[in-house]
Design a protein around this ligand. Structure first.
Ligand code: FMN
Length: 172
């Protein structure tokens, strides 16, 4: 398949080991813009993106992760994009997931590595986490459906596209 966009989609992989190099604000803005242009149910645009890249705030999230889960769920990345929407809305998961996938594909297009991180809703629901959620300006009632960590891989040889199941697709 020669199409460049399709190649970008097919070559995306989750990265779980990041160098300290920070993604430039220019690239982050392009990636977030791609997230903003995701489809949304009935065009209600209920999802919101909160990007955390200030060192002190990123380190606070990492500290909370270590306290709560005994590990850095961000794998050393220093940019984290939280995608959230009102918990009770019927389309919270769908809308936020579309935003996240656009972010992953856009990141790959700009040679930035990424991974979906699922722990943030739980992380920001503990007493300390709720304070951090408020500090980040995320409404208390919002569910963080997922986060995209962004950064640069330490060892590029680890970025291998996983094989897909043979019966994934059927065309009738
Ligand atoms: C809903 C969802 C939740 C995920 N949560 C995590 C997570 O918390 N931590 C993690 O390292 N990867 C997480 N992943 C990434 C998957 O493990 C990964 O996409 C899968 O292994 C396929 O690999 P690939 O992304 O390289 O194709 C998540 C992916 C999805 C779609």
């Amino acid at each position: 398949m020669a199409n460049k966009t399709i190649q970008t989609i097919l070559s995306r992989v989750s990265c779980r080991e990041y160098s300290e190099k920070k993604v430039s604000l220019g690239k982050v803005n392009q990636i977030l813009e791609a997230g903003k242009y995701a489809p949304s149910a009935m065009n209600r645009q209920i999802a919101n993106i909160t990007c955390v890249r200030t060192k002190a705030k990123v380190e606070k999230l990492r500290e909370l992760s270590k306290e709560t889960f005994n590990r850095d769920c961000m794998y050393g990345a220093n940019t984290v994009v939280l995608v959230h929407a009102p918990r009770e809305d019927k389309f919270t998961v769908q809308d936020c997931s579309c935003v996240l996938e656009n972010i992953f594909v856009a990141a790959n297009a700009l040679k930035v590595q990424s991974c979906w991180i699922n722990q943030f809703d739980e992380l920001l629901s503990t007493p300390k986490g709720m304070k951090m959620k408020a500090r980040l300006g995320i409404p208390e009632e919002n569910r963080i459906v997922g986060a995209a960590i962004l950064g640069y891989v330490k060892d590029p040889s680890k970025l291998v596209v996983k094989e897909r199941k043979a019966d994934f697709i059927s065309i009738k």
